[in-house]
Write a protein that binds this ligand. Structure first.
Ligand code: CMP
Length: 236
């Protein structure tokens, strides 16, 4: 399908802002624009489902989408919200495997869509595109790693605090002059083994809790803030 002049201008303008296409000369952009098709979706419509076998790349010209995972019970987990100028579908585009997530239009949206074979041809002509695409992928991966880190640490933090509450009780609810509960010092490795976490994550979390004045390492003891103890006791 040949794009109308207005659409060509729109797509060409966008490509200059999309990382994977930024390195292209004006002449190459003019050529590749004709490889795109335009697709529109209404708010709430599914662009594609996780495990679909499509492999096209989508650039958001107008509107926004959410990238989601769906549980068998139909619960949504939002991986990312993408806006005008962002792209998606690059994972199946690159490896040819089924879609890693579902994408749903958040509002009425228009996309410029490029077939996998056209993109691979373009990369062969302009290898710089591959480097730019890699940069975008790495940024996405970094964000996902940050998110995983915070999810993992939240879980470990809760396990850690629960362990200290138990230790306070096991060791007789002793308090120091400032009202902090006192429990015998354990190494980070011993704590990690007790709650199924890595020693590194324990050290990191204890450092944070210590700077918040919640759990303080003091000689042969740990001092536990009564605030932290009460908070966890309240939650059970
Ligand atoms: P693809 O696997 O082809 O189809 C689903 C798309 O969702 C995927 O390509 C990426 O474009 C996007 N996607 C998947 N996971 C994430 C994530 N964690 N963050 C941002 N975008 C993602």
């Amino acid at each position: 399908m040949i794009l109308k002049e207005k659409e060509r201008l729109l797509v060409a303008g966008f490509l200059k802002r999309v990382p994977a296409f930024r390195s292209l000369s004006d002449r190459r952009i003019e050529q590749i624009v004709d490889d795109f098709t335009i697709r529109t979706f209404h708010a709430g419509e599914t662009v594609f489902f996780q495990t679909d076998k499509s492999t096209d790349l989508y650039i958001i010209l107008e509107g926004s989408v959410k990238v989601i995972l769906l549980s068998e019970e139909g619960e949504e987990f939002v991986l990312a919200d993408l806006q005008q100028g962002d792209f998606f579908g690059e994972m199946s585009l690159i490896d040819g495997n089924p879609r890693s997530a579902s994408v749903i239009a958040d509002e009425d949206s228009t996309f410029a869509v490029l077939e996998r074979s056209r993109f691979l041809d373009a990369i062969k002509q302009d290898p710089e595109m591959a480097i730019d695409l890699m940069k975008s992928l790495v940024q996405r991966l970094r964000k996902a790693t940050e998110r995983e880190e915070s999810l993992a640490f939240l879980a470990v933090r809760q396990r850690l605090v629960r362990l200290f509450v138990r230790l306070v009780k096991e060791e007789g609810m002793k308090k120091d002059a400032a009202g902090y509960h006192v429990v015998r010092k354990r190494t980070h490795k011993e704590i990690a083994e007790r709650i199924g976490a890595s020693r590194e994550s324990i050290s990191k979390i204890l450092k944070r809790l210590s700077s918040d004045g919640m759990i303080i390492e003091d000689g042969d003891d740990f001092l536990i803030s009564p605030a932290l103890f009460e908070e966890m006791e309240g939650r059970g």
